[in-house]
Design a protein around this ligand. Structure first.
Ligand SMILES: [Fe+2]
Length: 415
C-alpha cells in the first residue's frame, strides 16, 4: 500500500488466509535482505560466545523479552543434559567436541531480544524525567514511567566491551554490531507491520487508520533465535538414557504455542534468497491444521516474510481470524549434528492500555463478543508475565501459566 487503499482481491486473499490458518507469506515488503543477513550473522556470532558471556545479558530472570533468554523447560533439559554428560566416560565426553558451544551445552533454542529502540535504548533511562521529552515518546510520560509502563518499556541490553560480538572464524576479530543491525531491522519491520495492519483494517470493514490509533506507544519486541545443531547422533550420547530421550521428545526446539500479539513477522535463514539449506529433515516450523495434524511450513518464497496472527488479532476479530498453534521440531538424528537454524521474529503488539474490542463486522454475524473489557496488557506476554510475577510465581511457573492463559483464550474462541 502506498497511499491508495488495498484492492478487493488482496483483501479477499488476506481474509481467506486469516480465516483458515492465520499464516501467509508476504513478498514485496521492501525490507533490505542484506540487513536481514547481517542481523542473522550478528546473532550467530553472539550465540557462539561462551555461555558465561551470554549470561551477562540475562534480564529479570529471562522474563521480560530483553537480552538473552532460554525457555524454562529448556533450562531444565540443559541441567539434565549436563548431568548425563558428566556421568559419561572420558571417551564418550571426548566425542562431544562439537564446534558450536551451544550444542555442547545441550541448548535446544536460545534467543536475544529487544524492545522499541527509540524508547528502550540503553542511553535513555525510563525513570529519568529528562528522557520523557524524547520525540519518540508519543504517549504521555506516565504511560512509560508508571510501574506498569516500566514493565513494557524496560531498557534494552546489548553486547559491548569484552563481550563484543566477533565474526566466527574471523582472523581480524571484526566486531559485528548486533545493536545497530537489530535496531535498524526493528524499525523496518515496524513499518511493514503498520502497512499490514492498514490492509487488515480495510479487510475488516474499518477505516484504514483503525489500528493506527492503538500503536502510538506499542510495545512490540524482536528476537534473533538460534536453534543449535544437536548431538543425538554422537556416540555415547545417543539418547539411550531414558530420561534424556523422554525429555527431548517432550521439549521441542520450540514447544507448541500461540503468539500473544497482533501479528508476528518471521524470517529464517533457510528461506533467505539464494539459500539452499531447507531440508525437511532439518526440522523447522510446523503449524497445526484444524484437523489436528502438524504440517511443515514449506514453500515460503525466498526473501518473503512469514506473517502469523496472535491472540490480540483473534480477539479483535471475535475468533473469526485464527491464531494457530505452531512449534519448531527437532532435526532427524541422521542430520542432527549439522542442523543449526537461525531466525528473526518481530512480535507486533498494540499500546499496552489499548482496549481490545471486537470489530463490528465480526459481531454482526450473530456472534456476541466472547470477552469484555480486555486490555492488551491482559493478553500480551509482558503483561501476563508481570501479573503472575507480582503474584509471586517463579519465572518457570509464570512462563507455563502464561501459555495456559493464551491456550484458554484460544479454546474459548473455537467453541
Ligand atoms: Fe510463535
Amino acid at each position: 500500500m502506498r497511499g491508495e487503499p488495498p484492492d478487493a482481491q488482496l483483501c479477499a486473499d488476506i481474509a481467506a488466509a486469516n480465516e483458515s490458518t492465520g499464516f501467509f507469506a508476504l513478498t514485496g515488503h521492501g525490507v533490505d535482505m542484506n540487513l536481514v543477513r547481517t542481523c542473522l550473522s550478528a546473532g550467530a556470532a553472539f550465540f557462539d560466545l561462551d555461555q558465561e558471556e551470554k549470561a551477562k545479558y540475562v534480564v529479570q530472570n529471562m522474563t521480560m523479552g530483553r537480552g538473552y533468554e532460554i525457555s524454562p523447560e529448556h533450562q531444565d533439559y540443559m541441567a539434565l543434559f549436563t548431568k548425563v554428560v558428566m556421568m559419561s566416560s572420558e571417551q564418550e565426553r571426548a566425542g562431544l567436541g562439537h564446534p558450536e558451544g551451544s550444542t555442547r551445552h545441550g541448548i535446544l533454542s536460545e534467543r536475544f531480544m529487544c524492545g522499541p529502540p527509540s524508547i528502550c535504548g540503553t542511553d535513555l533511562s525510563i525513570s529519568s524525567s529528562s528522557s520523557s521529552s524524547s520525540q519518540s515518546r508519543r504517549r504521555e510520560p506516565e504511560y512509560y514511567d508508571s510501574d506498569l509502563g516500566k514493565a513494557f518499556f524496560g531498557p534494552n541490553v546489548w553486547p559491548c566491551g569484552s563481550s563484543a560480538v566477533v565474526a566466527p572464524g574471523s582472523a581480524s576479530r571484526a566486531v559485528i554490531p548486533l545493536r545497530s543491525n537489530m535496531e535498524a531491522l526493528y524499525e523496518e519491520l515496524d513499518r511493514v507491520a503498520r502497512v499490514i495492519l492498514r490492509v487488515f483494517a480495510v479487510t475488516l470493514g474499518e477505516a484504514e487508520d483503525f489500528f493506527d490509533r492503538v500503536v502510538d506507544g506499542h510495545h512490540s519486541n524482536m528476537q534473533v533465535a538460534n536453534y543449535p545443531s544437536q548431538l543425538c547422533a554422537r556416540p555415547g550420547l545417543d539418547y539411550n538414557n531414558d530420561e534424556l530421550a523422554r525429555q527431548r521428545d517432550l521439549v521441542l526446539r520450540k514447544k507448541a504455542h500461540v503468539d500473544s500479539g497482533t501479528i508476528t513477522l518471521l524470517m529464517a535463514d533457510d528461506w533467505m534468497p539464494g539459500s539452499s539449506t531447507w531440508r525437511r529433515e532439518l526440522g523447522g516450523l510446523q503449524l497445526e491444521t484444524r484437523e489436528g495434524v502438524w504440517v511443515d511450513v514449506v514453500d515460503v518464497p525466498p526473501g518473503a516474510i512469514l506473517v502469523n496472527l496472535g491472540t490480540l488479532m483473534s480477539v479483535y476479530t471475535n475468533g473469526r481470524w485464527k491464531s494457530t498453534l505452531h512449534r519448531v521440531v527437532h532435526p532427524q538424528p541422521a542430520v542432527a549434528e549439522d542442523s543449526r537454524r537461525l531466525s528473526i521474529a518481530y512480535f507486533h503488539k498494540t499500546d499496552y492500555d489499548a482496549s481490545i474490542t471486537p470489530v463490528s463486522s465480526c459481531i454482526r454475524q450473530g456472534k456476541p463478543p466472547m470477552f469484555e473489557a480486555l486490555k492488551a496488557s491482559d493478553l500480551t506476554r509482558q503483561g501476563i508475565m508481570r501479573r503472575l510475577l507480582v503474584e509471586g510465581l517463579s519465572a518457570s511457573e509464570a512462563s507455563n501459566r502464561y501459555h495456559e492463559v493464551l491456550q484458554r483464550i484460544r479454546e474459548a474462541q473455537q467453541e
